[in-house]
Design a protein around this ligand. Sequence first.
Ligand SMILES: [Zn+2]
Length: 336
Amino acid sequence: MLLPQTISILGQQIPSITVFLAAAFVYFFFVVWYEGKKDGFDIENLFNIFFVSIILASGISFALWRYLHWSAIYAYNSPLLKIETNLFALTVFYIMLLITACLYARRLRWSYFKIADILALAVSFVVMFYALGNFFVYGGAKYVIMVLTILLLNRLILVYRSYKFSSGISFGILNTLLGLYIFFFYFVSGHLLVGVLLVTISSVLLYLRFKEGNMNTSLPADLLKHLKNKLINKENELKRQDKLLKEEDPYMQPGRAEENAEIMDEAILEDSRRELTDASRGTIASILVQVRKALAYIKMGKYGICEVCGKAIDKARLKIYPEATKCTDCASKLDQ
Ligand SMILES: [Zn+2]
């Protein structure tokens, strides 16, 4: 094949696939960081979630793996041995990772659907690197199929996620794909069981998403229309104020010549006035961004749902502050 089965690093013979898995691990955190930033998560907490989950899941699945090896010798009629040891340990690892990450996210009052989405995206790239490595070392059509389907699906998901797909959908798709790979490509004892299990998890999560999603998106039509008008008025008002300040800006005034600022005091005065105008123009710009974001959310049908935790934003909050895209809890948490 294209690559040798083992390579020598610092005098050690290491299976070539390890290099691909190391790259996958680095890429895993890159995907978490990139997607998390896009979703507006606090990156430090997000990394904590994934570190804690990986360490916990590794510990538990490693202990299980050791136990299975032990029982293969000393308790060989253990029912757990009906599933191949590595597959069993990997499945436990993945499910523990998912459960820990979701529970941790819930503690932070973050949407666990979004966390599951990010996890599934990152894991799918790990699987892709694994398949790519296997293809280069051993060859085989199934690895080509795996790499191509993952690339294609990720392309779709990265384009449509968080604007056409509601959160949880990406996880459902990728997790089903993972189940299908194990079902069709990983012929070891227990692979049918694990494949079906993963597809079932996806179905349950998609069902929950669908149920919750239908509950969330229902702001009364007249209230939505009222808030939309308020936002449009606010947008126009902000644009008008910005224009006024721009005209006030001494540096923008036509006919401003060097002699205007000939005396030192005057120059300082002018500069401090400019600073003030800049500051208020900056504030206006940031409110304007928020107002436009809320208007875009109305268009997408996501308005009134907290962008961090995915729960409905209080109607009273929206009436006072129509450009809100976070619930009170999440907004105050981010301000701290
Ligand atoms: Zn929230």
